[in-house]
Design a protein around this ligand. Sequence first.
Ligand code: GAL
Length: 465
Amino acid sequence: MENSFYLIILIIFFFTLLFITYYFHKTYPELKWDWKDINLNKINFPNNFIWGTATAAHQIEGRCENNWSEFEKGYKSNGLPNIKNNQNSGIACDSWNRYEEDIKLMEKLGVSHYRFSIEWSKIQPTENDINKDAIIHYHDVIDCLFEHNIVPVITLYHFTHPIWFEKKGAFEKEENIKYFNKFCKLIFKEFSPKVKFWCTINEPAVMTSMGYFNAEFPPGKSDPQLCAIVLYNLLNAHVEVYRTLKNLKHGSESRIGIVKNINHFDPWKRWNPFDWIATWAVNKFFNNSTIEFFKTGYYSVKIPGLMWYSKYNENAIKSNDFIGLNYYSHNYLKFNWSISDPFEIKYKYDDIMTDMPYAIYGEGLYRSIKDISVLKLPIYITENGIADMKDDRRALFIKRYLYALSKALEDGYDVKGYFYWSLLDNFEWAFGYDMKFGLFEVNFETQERSLRKGAEVFKKILSAN
Ligand code: GAL
């Protein structure tokens, strides 16, 4: 009797796993194109399509004193430095001083838009101090952009904040959102007569997973539950900022949106139900929770044994005039029966790797556009690019991803523009200066910039479109 009971339980368990595998396999196909059959010269864009490049203050300006510059001095629990080989951002590309030179490079490239961030810690170095010189500096940058016929696109928060804000607990505490809101209000009042295109927060899920799960970004914690809370606070901060700015003068004529990174996690083995369960959990946190929040107002990350958090904010539904999509690649995930390392990232033998720990996957851009289109908002690709020190894959990357983008447009998706990451080689966070994302190579000894051979195809596509 007892034996047959266990047998029935076992059979039910087996069929449940089979069902999970079948259901996920059918619901989440991994898009793969046969690139041999694709004509990469057939890339067309509408006349009014927007072309730009993107950067972030901490990565290019130099001399930042914020949560990141503090983190750069620290070490991980295993004794290794937080930043590869103990590098630090230092003077970076010295763009604080060389912005005019950089703007001329954009002009040479033929882009019409530039997405950059305002460094909060330079504007408000202490809680009660506003640095007027820093405000004047950003006015100069914006004016210079206009002189060169380039439209400014401001990001209000790109991973960095002042040290005083960090000391208050940053976005770990919901009550701290008011400080960020106040900063955004100040910046908007100052620049909105000139700037009509605004990104609030860059990649909340990247920032939280790297800062509160992997411990590779500040504050270097590994606390999944806190990770879920910080992500919600960042999304909520966006909603509050959106409402605040929209109610200010120039609010209604400005386009304001958040920037979402999509990185799909695909199962290492499509027949393995545990790989599917692992990808479901990671996709739920990293991709789907944000999309669902803006679609329904519900934020829910309930992953047994990892994080358990849900909230509702009805204002989330109408809190974007557009959605910014950052897209780089996808990852294969293998589930391990190990508490310390349950999610293992894997690569396939035929993957063409970038210098970052991910492959070239142009199809993913199409897939992400499709996913984000459920929000029914105009889409801007606010970042896309490759780290390629040897410059032997950049041209292929650009052609494949732009092909995927042109196909998405052809299929009716509402994509309005594309910003290449990045204009220049720059400080690539935990990787330091080892990653070369620039269309322009930077010699960090002399600060000389030069157009990479692999970037010429981008210039060509721009001039043809
Ligand atoms: C994004 C981030 C950028 C840049 C890029 C390349 O996640 O927003 O600042 O680092 O990745 O890795």
